[in-house]
Design a protein around this ligand. Structure first.
Ligand code: XIL
Length: 495
Protein backbone atom coordinates (compact mmCIF):
# COMPACT_ATOMS: atom_id res chain seq x y z
CA UNK A 1 0.00 0.00 0.00
CA UNK A 2 1.63 3.16 1.12
CA UNK A 3 4.87 1.56 2.17
CA UNK A 4 7.46 -0.33 0.23
CA UNK A 5 8.12 -3.85 1.49
CA UNK A 6 11.07 -2.96 3.63
CA UNK A 7 9.67 -3.75 6.99
CA UNK A 8 11.23 -6.77 8.50
CA UNK A 9 8.93 -8.37 10.93
CA UNK A 10 10.08 -10.94 13.38
CA UNK A 11 10.48 -13.78 10.88
CA UNK A 12 12.59 -11.63 8.62
CA UNK A 13 14.84 -10.52 11.42
CA UNK A 14 15.34 -14.14 12.26
CA UNK A 15 16.11 -14.82 8.64
CA UNK A 16 18.67 -12.04 8.48
CA UNK A 17 20.30 -13.12 11.69
CA UNK A 18 19.89 -16.81 11.01
CA UNK A 19 21.74 -16.41 7.74
CA UNK A 20 24.53 -14.66 9.53
CA UNK A 21 24.67 -17.21 12.29
CA UNK A 22 24.70 -19.98 9.71
CA UNK A 23 27.62 -18.27 8.01
CA UNK A 24 29.44 -18.38 11.32
CA UNK A 25 29.01 -22.13 11.52
CA UNK A 26 27.39 -22.12 14.91
CA UNK A 27 25.53 -25.14 16.26
CA UNK A 28 22.54 -25.84 14.05
CA UNK A 29 20.46 -26.70 17.07
CA UNK A 30 20.39 -23.08 18.09
CA UNK A 31 19.17 -21.83 14.77
CA UNK A 32 15.63 -23.08 14.57
CA UNK A 33 13.70 -23.03 11.32
CA UNK A 34 14.48 -19.40 10.67
CA UNK A 35 17.90 -20.12 9.30
CA UNK A 36 16.32 -21.71 6.26
CA UNK A 37 14.60 -18.55 5.11
CA UNK A 38 16.56 -16.35 2.76
CA UNK A 39 16.64 -12.60 2.70
CA UNK A 40 19.20 -9.98 1.99
CA UNK A 41 21.29 -9.42 5.02
CA UNK A 42 21.60 -5.76 5.94
CA UNK A 43 25.15 -4.59 5.82
CA UNK A 44 26.28 -6.18 2.59
CA UNK A 45 26.39 -3.02 0.55
CA UNK A 46 28.74 -0.84 2.57
CA UNK A 47 30.40 2.02 0.72
CA UNK A 48 33.73 1.20 2.24
CA UNK A 49 35.42 -2.10 1.79
CA UNK A 50 34.10 -3.49 5.01
CA UNK A 51 34.67 -7.03 6.10
CA UNK A 52 32.10 -9.62 5.20
CA UNK A 53 30.05 -11.14 7.95
CA UNK A 54 31.77 -14.49 7.68
CA UNK A 55 35.09 -13.17 8.94
CA UNK A 56 34.09 -12.96 12.50
CA UNK A 57 35.94 -12.77 15.74
CA UNK A 58 33.44 -14.69 17.79
CA UNK A 59 35.05 -17.24 19.99
CA UNK A 60 32.14 -19.26 21.28
CA UNK A 61 28.47 -20.09 20.84
CA UNK A 62 25.88 -20.02 23.58
CA UNK A 63 25.71 -16.25 23.97
CA UNK A 64 22.40 -14.46 24.36
CA UNK A 65 22.47 -13.80 20.63
CA UNK A 66 22.34 -17.48 19.80
CA UNK A 67 19.21 -18.00 21.85
CA UNK A 68 17.72 -14.78 20.47
CA UNK A 69 18.33 -15.88 16.89
CA UNK A 70 16.57 -19.15 17.61
CA UNK A 71 13.70 -17.24 19.21
CA UNK A 72 13.41 -15.03 16.13
CA UNK A 73 14.38 -11.73 17.72
CA UNK A 74 17.55 -9.71 18.02
CA UNK A 75 19.29 -8.92 21.27
CA UNK A 76 21.39 -5.81 20.95
CA UNK A 77 23.71 -3.52 22.82
CA UNK A 78 24.84 0.08 22.63
CA UNK A 79 28.49 0.12 21.65
CA UNK A 80 31.19 2.72 22.24
CA UNK A 81 33.88 2.10 19.67
CA UNK A 82 36.43 3.78 21.95
CA UNK A 83 36.14 0.84 24.35
CA UNK A 84 36.87 -1.85 21.77
CA UNK A 85 40.53 -1.89 22.72
CA UNK A 86 39.48 -3.56 25.97
CA UNK A 87 39.43 -7.25 25.10
CA UNK A 88 36.69 -8.21 27.54
CA UNK A 89 34.50 -5.43 26.18
CA UNK A 90 34.97 -6.42 22.55
CA UNK A 91 34.59 -10.14 23.22
CA UNK A 92 31.48 -9.70 25.32
CA UNK A 93 29.88 -7.43 22.73
CA UNK A 94 30.72 -9.93 19.98
CA UNK A 95 29.63 -13.05 21.82
CA UNK A 96 26.44 -11.86 23.43
CA UNK A 97 24.76 -9.47 20.99
CA UNK A 98 23.61 -9.61 17.39
CA UNK A 99 22.42 -6.04 17.07
CA UNK A 100 24.60 -2.98 17.59
CA UNK A 101 23.66 0.64 18.21
CA UNK A 102 26.35 3.30 18.28
CA UNK A 103 26.07 4.73 21.78
CA UNK A 104 27.18 8.18 20.60
CA UNK A 105 29.09 8.12 17.34
CA UNK A 106 26.18 8.44 14.90
CA UNK A 107 24.66 11.41 16.71
CA UNK A 108 24.67 14.77 14.96
CA UNK A 109 27.43 16.31 17.12
CA UNK A 110 29.67 13.33 16.40
CA UNK A 111 29.07 13.09 12.67
CA UNK A 112 28.85 16.76 11.71
CA UNK A 113 30.71 18.77 14.37
CA UNK A 114 31.35 21.48 11.80
CA UNK A 115 28.64 22.36 9.33
CA UNK A 116 28.99 20.34 6.15
CA UNK A 117 32.14 18.56 7.32
CA UNK A 118 31.51 14.96 8.31
CA UNK A 119 33.57 12.77 10.62
CA UNK A 120 32.73 9.18 9.79
CA UNK A 121 35.45 7.28 11.61
CA UNK A 122 33.49 6.48 14.78
CA UNK A 123 30.29 5.44 13.05
CA UNK A 124 32.21 3.43 10.48
CA UNK A 125 34.06 1.60 13.25
CA UNK A 126 30.77 0.59 14.83
CA UNK A 127 29.42 -0.66 11.50
CA UNK A 128 32.66 -2.52 10.88
CA UNK A 129 32.46 -4.23 14.26
CA UNK A 130 28.87 -5.26 13.63
CA UNK A 131 29.70 -6.64 10.22
CA UNK A 132 32.77 -8.47 11.47
CA UNK A 133 30.54 -10.16 14.01
CA UNK A 134 27.42 -10.79 12.00
CA UNK A 135 25.25 -8.30 13.83
CA UNK A 136 22.68 -5.90 12.45
CA UNK A 137 23.09 -2.16 13.03
CA UNK A 138 20.44 0.12 14.50
CA UNK A 139 21.23 3.64 13.35
CA UNK A 140 20.89 6.19 16.15
CA UNK A 141 19.89 8.94 15.52
CA UNK A 142 19.17 11.46 12.73
CA UNK A 143 17.02 14.19 14.31
CA UNK A 144 17.26 14.74 18.07
CA UNK A 145 17.26 17.83 20.25
CA UNK A 146 20.21 16.58 22.31
CA UNK A 147 23.87 16.11 21.36
CA UNK A 148 23.55 18.50 18.47
CA UNK A 149 26.69 20.34 17.32
CA UNK A 150 27.38 23.80 18.75
CA UNK A 151 26.71 25.52 15.44
CA UNK A 152 23.13 24.24 15.33
CA UNK A 153 21.51 26.74 17.67
CA UNK A 154 17.95 28.09 17.64
CA UNK A 155 17.66 31.26 15.59
CA UNK A 156 21.07 30.94 13.96
CA UNK A 157 19.39 30.09 10.68
CA UNK A 158 16.17 31.07 9.00
CA UNK A 159 13.45 28.44 9.04
CA UNK A 160 13.99 27.69 5.37
CA UNK A 161 17.74 27.37 5.87
CA UNK A 162 17.30 25.10 8.87
CA UNK A 163 14.99 22.86 6.86
CA UNK A 164 17.68 22.48 4.21
CA UNK A 165 20.28 21.79 6.89
CA UNK A 166 18.16 19.02 8.43
CA UNK A 167 17.38 17.55 5.02
CA UNK A 168 21.06 17.52 4.10
CA UNK A 169 22.05 15.92 7.37
CA UNK A 170 19.40 13.22 7.19
CA UNK A 171 20.13 12.40 3.58
CA UNK A 172 23.90 12.51 3.93
CA UNK A 173 23.96 10.23 6.98
CA UNK A 174 21.23 7.84 5.87
CA UNK A 175 22.82 7.75 2.42
CA UNK A 176 26.26 7.05 3.82
CA UNK A 177 25.05 4.05 5.77
CA UNK A 178 22.47 2.79 3.29
CA UNK A 179 22.84 -0.95 3.10
CA UNK A 180 24.63 -1.09 6.43
CA UNK A 181 21.87 -0.01 8.74
CA UNK A 182 18.93 -2.25 9.46
CA UNK A 183 16.79 0.44 11.08
CA UNK A 184 17.14 4.15 11.81
CA UNK A 185 15.88 6.07 14.81
CA UNK A 186 14.99 8.86 12.41
CA UNK A 187 13.50 11.06 15.11
CA UNK A 188 14.41 10.69 18.77
CA UNK A 189 12.46 11.96 21.78
CA UNK A 190 9.95 14.28 20.10
CA UNK A 191 7.49 14.39 23.01
CA UNK A 192 7.17 15.91 26.46
CA UNK A 193 5.82 13.79 29.31
CA UNK A 194 2.32 15.25 28.90
CA UNK A 195 2.20 14.30 25.23
CA UNK A 196 2.81 17.76 23.81
CA UNK A 197 5.63 18.24 21.36
CA UNK A 198 9.04 18.89 22.85
CA UNK A 199 10.11 22.43 22.11
CA UNK A 200 13.26 21.46 20.18
CA UNK A 201 14.92 23.65 17.61
CA UNK A 202 13.23 21.49 14.97
CA UNK A 203 9.78 21.85 16.48
CA UNK A 204 10.25 25.58 17.04
CA UNK A 205 11.47 26.44 13.61
CA UNK A 206 10.01 23.75 11.33
CA UNK A 207 6.74 22.99 13.11
CA UNK A 208 4.87 19.71 13.53
CA UNK A 209 5.70 18.55 10.01
CA UNK A 210 9.40 18.04 10.68
CA UNK A 211 8.84 14.43 11.69
CA UNK A 212 7.08 13.47 8.47
CA UNK A 213 9.71 15.37 6.48
CA UNK A 214 12.59 13.61 8.23
CA UNK A 215 11.01 10.22 7.60
CA UNK A 216 10.53 10.99 3.93
CA UNK A 217 14.09 12.26 3.55
CA UNK A 218 15.44 9.17 5.26
CA UNK A 219 13.41 6.91 3.01
CA UNK A 220 14.67 8.72 -0.08
CA UNK A 221 18.27 8.24 1.02
CA UNK A 222 17.92 4.64 2.20
CA UNK A 223 14.92 2.80 0.81
CA UNK A 224 15.76 -0.39 2.72
CA UNK A 225 16.22 0.74 6.30
CA UNK A 226 13.23 0.41 8.60
CA UNK A 227 12.37 3.88 9.85
CA UNK A 228 11.55 4.47 13.51
CA UNK A 229 10.53 7.14 15.93
CA UNK A 230 12.12 6.48 19.31
CA UNK A 231 11.30 7.82 22.78
CA UNK A 232 11.46 7.12 26.52
CA UNK A 233 8.64 6.76 29.04
CA UNK A 234 6.41 5.37 26.31
CA UNK A 235 6.64 1.79 27.62
CA UNK A 236 3.35 1.94 29.51
CA UNK A 237 0.06 3.40 28.38
CA UNK A 238 0.21 7.06 29.40
CA UNK A 239 -0.14 10.57 28.00
CA UNK A 240 3.19 10.38 26.21
CA UNK A 241 2.66 6.97 24.61
CA UNK A 242 -0.87 8.02 23.64
CA UNK A 243 0.63 10.99 21.82
CA UNK A 244 3.10 8.68 20.07
CA UNK A 245 0.28 6.35 19.16
CA UNK A 246 -1.80 9.16 17.68
CA UNK A 247 1.17 10.49 15.76
CA UNK A 248 2.01 7.05 14.35
CA UNK A 249 -1.58 6.45 13.34
CA UNK A 250 -1.79 9.84 11.61
CA UNK A 251 1.54 9.44 9.81
CA UNK A 252 0.51 6.04 8.49
CA UNK A 253 -2.83 7.45 7.34
CA UNK A 254 -0.93 10.13 5.44
CA UNK A 255 1.33 7.58 3.76
CA UNK A 256 4.45 8.78 5.56
CA UNK A 257 7.17 6.09 5.62
CA UNK A 258 7.12 4.97 9.23
CA UNK A 259 7.98 1.35 9.98
CA UNK A 260 8.44 1.10 13.70
CA UNK A 261 8.38 2.59 17.15
CA UNK A 262 11.39 2.37 19.45
CA UNK A 263 10.67 2.22 23.16
CA UNK A 264 13.86 3.15 24.97
CA UNK A 265 12.95 1.56 28.31
CA UNK A 266 15.31 3.31 30.69
CA UNK A 267 13.50 1.82 33.67
CA UNK A 268 13.74 1.72 37.44
CA UNK A 269 13.75 -1.62 39.28
CA UNK A 270 10.29 -2.34 40.66
CA UNK A 271 8.62 -0.02 38.18
CA UNK A 272 8.20 -1.95 34.94
CA UNK A 273 4.80 -0.80 33.68
CA UNK A 274 2.25 -3.60 34.00
CA UNK A 275 0.70 -2.63 30.65
CA UNK A 276 3.99 -2.76 28.71
CA UNK A 277 2.87 -5.71 26.59
CA UNK A 278 -0.57 -4.23 25.89
CA UNK A 279 1.12 -1.03 24.83
CA UNK A 280 3.49 -2.82 22.43
CA UNK A 281 0.50 -4.69 21.05
CA UNK A 282 -1.47 -1.58 20.18
CA UNK A 283 1.41 -0.21 18.10
CA UNK A 284 1.84 -3.54 16.34
CA UNK A 285 -1.89 -3.52 15.65
CA UNK A 286 -1.34 -0.32 13.68
CA UNK A 287 0.90 -2.36 11.38
CA UNK A 288 4.18 -1.20 12.90
CA UNK A 289 7.16 -3.03 14.27
CA UNK A 290 8.24 -2.29 17.81
CA UNK A 291 11.76 -2.57 19.18
CA UNK A 292 12.91 -2.03 22.73
CA UNK A 293 15.90 0.11 21.97
CA UNK A 294 17.79 1.23 25.09
CA UNK A 295 16.83 -1.09 27.91
CA UNK A 296 18.39 -0.66 31.32
CA UNK A 297 16.82 -1.17 34.74
CA UNK A 298 18.54 0.89 37.37
CA UNK A 299 18.56 0.42 41.12
CA UNK A 300 19.72 2.49 44.00
CA UNK A 301 23.32 1.66 44.82
CA UNK A 302 24.72 -0.35 46.42
CA UNK A 303 23.39 -3.37 44.59
CA UNK A 304 22.46 -6.24 46.93
CA UNK A 305 21.59 -9.86 46.18
CA UNK A 306 17.91 -9.06 46.79
CA UNK A 307 17.92 -6.11 44.48
CA UNK A 308 19.70 -8.07 41.76
CA UNK A 309 17.09 -10.84 41.99
CA UNK A 310 14.30 -8.29 41.79
CA UNK A 311 16.00 -6.69 38.81
CA UNK A 312 16.22 -10.08 37.11
CA UNK A 313 12.48 -10.48 37.51
CA UNK A 314 12.04 -7.07 35.91
CA UNK A 315 14.21 -8.09 32.95
CA UNK A 316 12.01 -11.16 32.59
CA UNK A 317 8.92 -8.93 32.52
CA UNK A 318 10.39 -6.71 29.81
CA UNK A 319 11.59 -9.60 27.67
CA UNK A 320 8.23 -11.33 27.92
CA UNK A 321 6.37 -8.15 27.04
CA UNK A 322 8.31 -8.18 23.77
CA UNK A 323 8.42 -11.91 23.12
CA UNK A 324 4.69 -12.28 23.65
CA UNK A 325 3.92 -9.90 20.79
CA UNK A 326 4.62 -10.88 17.19
CA UNK A 327 5.99 -7.72 15.72
CA UNK A 328 8.17 -6.82 18.67
CA UNK A 329 11.34 -7.61 16.79
CA UNK A 330 14.05 -7.28 19.38
CA UNK A 331 15.53 -5.81 22.51
CA UNK A 332 18.67 -3.71 22.82
CA UNK A 333 20.27 -3.09 26.21
CA UNK A 334 21.98 0.26 26.65
CA UNK A 335 25.53 -0.89 27.16
CA UNK A 336 27.74 -3.96 27.30
CA UNK A 337 28.67 -3.70 30.97
CA UNK A 338 27.74 -1.76 34.09
CA UNK A 339 31.35 -0.54 34.00
CA UNK A 340 30.53 1.96 31.24
CA UNK A 341 26.79 2.44 31.66
CA UNK A 342 25.52 6.00 31.36
CA UNK A 343 23.23 5.50 34.38
CA UNK A 344 25.46 6.50 37.33
CA UNK A 345 26.54 9.67 35.48
CA UNK A 346 23.00 10.81 34.93
CA UNK A 347 20.89 9.35 37.75
CA UNK A 348 22.81 10.13 40.86
CA UNK A 349 22.97 7.24 43.32
CA UNK A 350 21.64 4.73 40.79
CA UNK A 351 23.44 2.11 38.75
CA UNK A 352 23.95 -1.63 38.19
CA UNK A 353 21.33 -1.34 35.45
CA UNK A 354 22.57 -3.85 32.86
CA UNK A 355 22.62 -7.67 32.71
CA UNK A 356 26.43 -7.82 32.83
CA UNK A 357 28.31 -6.28 35.75
CA UNK A 358 31.37 -4.05 35.86
CA UNK A 359 33.67 -7.11 35.89
CA UNK A 360 31.89 -8.64 32.91
CA UNK A 361 30.27 -11.26 35.17
CA UNK A 362 26.76 -12.37 34.30
CA UNK A 363 24.17 -11.09 36.77
CA UNK A 364 20.86 -12.72 37.65
CA UNK A 365 19.35 -10.39 35.01
CA UNK A 366 21.58 -11.97 32.36
CA UNK A 367 20.32 -15.45 33.15
CA UNK A 368 16.77 -14.15 33.30
CA UNK A 369 17.10 -12.78 29.77
CA UNK A 370 18.75 -15.99 28.60
CA UNK A 371 15.90 -18.03 30.06
CA UNK A 372 13.17 -15.97 28.38
CA UNK A 373 14.94 -16.67 25.08
CA UNK A 374 14.79 -20.39 25.65
CA UNK A 375 18.18 -20.84 27.31
CA UNK A 376 18.85 -22.75 30.51
CA UNK A 377 19.07 -19.78 32.87
CA UNK A 378 21.30 -19.73 35.90
CA UNK A 379 22.54 -23.26 36.58
CA UNK A 380 23.51 -22.65 40.21
CA UNK A 381 20.75 -20.31 41.23
CA UNK A 382 17.56 -21.24 39.42
CA UNK A 383 15.27 -18.28 38.96
CA UNK A 384 12.16 -18.08 41.01
CA UNK A 385 8.96 -16.76 39.52
CA UNK A 386 8.96 -13.00 39.35
CA UNK A 387 7.97 -11.70 42.77
CA UNK A 388 4.98 -9.76 41.46
CA UNK A 389 4.31 -7.56 44.42
CA UNK A 390 4.29 -10.46 46.83
CA UNK A 391 7.07 -9.03 48.93
CA UNK A 392 5.45 -5.88 50.24
CA UNK A 393 2.26 -3.91 50.54
CA UNK A 394 1.99 -0.14 50.71
CA UNK A 395 -0.79 2.06 51.98
CA UNK A 396 -0.42 5.70 50.90
CA UNK A 397 -2.83 8.05 52.60
CA UNK A 398 -3.08 11.79 51.99
CA UNK A 399 -4.16 12.93 55.43
CA UNK A 400 -4.34 16.62 54.64
CA UNK A 401 -4.28 18.67 51.46
CA UNK A 402 -4.53 22.37 50.64
CA UNK A 403 -4.10 24.43 47.48
CA UNK A 404 -0.36 23.91 47.05
CA UNK A 405 0.58 21.51 49.83
CA UNK A 406 -0.22 18.17 51.37
CA UNK A 407 0.64 15.75 54.15
CA UNK A 408 0.94 12.02 53.49
CA UNK A 409 1.23 8.98 55.71
CA UNK A 410 2.77 5.81 54.30
CA UNK A 411 2.59 2.33 55.79
CA UNK A 412 4.77 -0.36 54.29
CA UNK A 413 4.41 -4.03 55.21
CA UNK A 414 7.04 -6.66 54.49
CA UNK A 415 4.86 -9.52 53.24
CA UNK A 416 7.87 -11.62 52.29
CA UNK A 417 9.29 -14.39 54.40
CA UNK A 418 12.61 -12.75 55.26
CA UNK A 419 13.50 -9.80 57.42
CA UNK A 420 14.93 -6.85 55.47
CA UNK A 421 17.77 -4.82 56.86
CA UNK A 422 18.58 -1.43 55.39
CA UNK A 423 15.39 -1.29 53.39
CA UNK A 424 14.43 1.53 51.06
CA UNK A 425 11.09 2.30 49.48
CA UNK A 426 11.04 3.92 46.03
CA UNK A 427 8.26 5.45 44.01
CA UNK A 428 7.61 8.00 41.29
CA UNK A 429 5.31 10.98 41.75
CA UNK A 430 2.83 11.21 38.89
CA UNK A 431 2.02 14.91 39.06
CA UNK A 432 5.10 16.89 39.95
CA UNK A 433 4.91 16.70 43.73
CA UNK A 434 7.96 17.72 45.77
CA UNK A 435 8.68 16.49 49.27
CA UNK A 436 9.58 19.31 51.64
CA UNK A 437 9.96 17.46 54.92
CA UNK A 438 9.83 13.78 55.92
CA UNK A 439 9.66 12.06 59.29
CA UNK A 440 10.81 8.67 60.56
CA UNK A 441 13.48 8.75 57.85
CA UNK A 442 14.92 10.64 54.89
CA UNK A 443 13.39 11.16 51.48
CA UNK A 444 15.69 11.99 48.58
CA UNK A 445 14.07 13.14 45.40
CA UNK A 446 15.53 13.14 41.89
CA UNK A 447 12.96 14.62 39.52
CA UNK A 448 9.81 12.60 40.07
CA UNK A 449 11.69 9.68 41.64
CA UNK A 450 11.80 9.34 45.40
CA UNK A 451 13.84 7.07 47.60
CA UNK A 452 12.82 6.86 51.24
CA UNK A 453 15.41 5.57 53.71
CA UNK A 454 14.16 4.92 57.23
CA UNK A 455 15.78 6.33 60.33
CA UNK A 456 18.37 3.94 61.76
CA UNK A 457 16.02 2.71 64.49
CA UNK A 458 13.55 1.59 61.80
CA UNK A 459 16.03 0.20 59.31
CA UNK A 460 15.10 -3.45 59.93
CA UNK A 461 11.71 -4.61 58.73
CA UNK A 462 10.93 -8.12 60.03
CA UNK A 463 8.91 -10.60 57.97
CA UNK A 464 5.31 -9.57 58.45
CA UNK A 465 6.45 -6.29 60.04
CA UNK A 466 5.15 -2.83 59.31
CA UNK A 467 6.83 0.58 59.18
CA UNK A 468 5.18 3.94 59.09
CA UNK A 469 6.53 7.24 57.88
CA UNK A 470 5.20 10.45 56.46
CA UNK A 471 6.03 13.69 54.76
CA UNK A 472 4.87 17.13 53.82
CA UNK A 473 5.06 18.13 50.20
CA UNK A 474 4.06 20.67 47.62
CA UNK A 475 1.96 20.18 44.52
CA UNK A 476 0.90 22.39 41.66
CA UNK A 477 -2.85 21.81 41.71
CA UNK A 478 -3.09 18.09 41.15
CA UNK A 479 -1.91 15.64 43.75
CA UNK A 480 -2.33 12.23 42.13
CA UNK A 481 -1.20 9.47 44.48
CA UNK A 482 1.69 7.29 43.29
CA UNK A 483 0.64 3.71 42.61
CA UNK A 484 3.89 1.85 41.97
CA UNK A 485 6.14 1.33 44.95
CA UNK A 486 9.14 -0.93 45.32
CA UNK A 487 10.70 -2.21 48.53
CA UNK A 488 14.38 -2.90 47.92
CA UNK A 489 13.57 -2.96 44.23
CA UNK A 490 10.69 -5.44 44.51
CA UNK A 491 7.33 -4.14 43.35
CA UNK A 492 4.70 -3.78 46.10
CA UNK A 493 0.96 -4.11 46.01
CA UNK A 494 -0.97 -1.03 47.05
CA UNK A 495 -4.02 -0.85 49.23
C1 XIL B 1 23.42 8.61 26.14
C2 XIL B 1 24.77 7.92 26.11
O1 XIL B 1 24.64 6.65 26.68
C3 XIL B 1 25.79 8.74 26.87
O2 XIL B 1 27.09 8.18 26.70
C4 XIL B 1 25.79 10.18 26.41
O3 XIL B 1 26.66 10.95 27.21
C5 XIL B 1 24.40 10.76 26.46
O4 XIL B 1 23.52 9.94 25.70
N1 XIL B 1 18.40 8.42 25.21
C6 XIL B 1 19.07 8.21 24.02
C7 XIL B 1 20.51 7.88 24.03
O5 XIL B 1 18.43 8.18 22.95
O6 XIL B 1 21.17 8.37 22.89
C8 XIL B 1 21.20 8.39 25.27
O7 XIL B 1 22.54 7.92 25.28
C9 XIL B 1 20.44 7.94 26.50
C10 XIL B 1 19.03 8.49 26.50
Amino acid sequence: MNRTPVRRRRLSVAAALGTLVAALALPVGLLGASAQAGENVPGQAGQNARAQAGQNARAQAGGLRDYAAAAGVHIGTALSEGRLGETAYANTAANEFNAITAENSMKWESLEPTRGSYQWAGGDRVVQFAQDNGAIVRGHTLVWHSQTPPWLTPGAFSNAELRTIVQNHVQTVAGRYAGDVYAWDVVNEPFNEDGTRRNSIFQQQLGDGYIADALRWARAADPNAALYINDYNIEGINAKSNAMYNLARDLLAQGVPLDGIGMQAHLIAGQVPSDFQANIQRFVDLGLDVAITELDIRMQLPATADKLQAQAADYTRVMNACLNVDGCIGVTVWGVTDKYSWVPDVFSGYGAALPIDENYAFKPAYYAVQRTLGGPGNPTNPPTDPPVGNGCAVRYTVSNQWNTGFTTSVTVTNTGSQALSNWTLTWTFPSGQRITQAWNGTATQNGANVTFTPASWASTLPAGGTANFGFNGSHTGTNTAPTQFALNGVACTTA
